[in-house]
Design a protein around this ligand. Sequence first.
Ligand code: PLP
Length: 354
Amino acid sequence: MELLTDIRIRKTTHSKIGEVDFTNLEFGKYTSDHMLVCDYANGEWQTPHIVPFGNLVMSPSALALHYGQTVFEGMKAFRMEDGRINIFRMDKHYDRFVRSLERMCMAVVPKEIFVEGIARLVEMDQLWVPSEPGTALYLRPFVFASEARFGVKVAEEYRFIIFTGPVPSLYAEPIKVKVETNYIRAGKGGTGFAKCGGNYGGAFYPTHLARKEGYDQVLWTDAKENKYIEESGMMNAMFVINDTLVTPPLSDSILDGITRDSLLEIARDLAYKTEERRISVDELVNAFENNTITEAFGAGTAAVVAPIGTIHIEGLDYSLPAYTKTSISSRLKLKIERLRTGKEEDKFGWNFIV
Ligand SMILES: *Cc1c(COP(=O)(O)O)cnc(C)c1O
């Protein structure tokens, strides 16, 4: 691609790629050879640098460590059938990154630094993009407040980093989730729609408690009444009720998932009925009693679809039927995978070929 941005490059002299067992990848274990680093200071973004992946030097008083100004994205690059590399829905990830940064009162990374930075980095580390079905190069762009100053304030210095790493296909077994009516993830007017670190930090403890009770995740409910489903762990929640794909509508307490959006679009394209509306816990109970609920799953970049086998609601475990190749969630997942590896025409314009 034609570069608009000046990116300084220092290549590694010791590639780590020989240390990776590509037949046995683990999520989050390996990082590729290079990373992009770009600082914001004196009111502007400085020249981005691509350098060997390595530890950072930073002050213990860096504001992000204390007051939580830290925002990230999670996206993937795929090896296509013809060997080229595709970065999936880059524009939509960028737009969400901007919304997260704005909500956290942080400096916004210019689009060309984001797009060209990712493209250059992926191009340089292209050997790291795995090719087994379902695998990908995970991309992690993030910004944190790097200013060294321990008084409470909005930071004036930030650091933008992108690093990448190969990840396996997650063939998730159906999980057990618990409807959470005590703790909440996000409330009206809060930061639930932003991909900021604090949302995760606050979710760990309730999730830990659910795990101790034998559940894999919590199904979050709304902060006001604990009556309506919000998200499934750190994924968007989707259900098939009366053969209709149903998911809660976007709000300031729900993250605008790119997988959620993609699955909805694909479902509409395949002429499935879809509804974005509130889903109450009572509706779920009724749907189980009438056998009208046939699928429930989390939607997110890491697994695409995480099927739910059991939902715990107020003391009772409700089971969903087994998932098969003809389940709507399986069909949608297959379709998204075919689309982004080029096995099917990219009619939505979602692919960015490096
Ligand atoms: C990242 C995230 C999702 C999923 O978003 P994708 O863009 O599909 O990966 C859903 N919910 C929360 C809370 C998240 O942080």
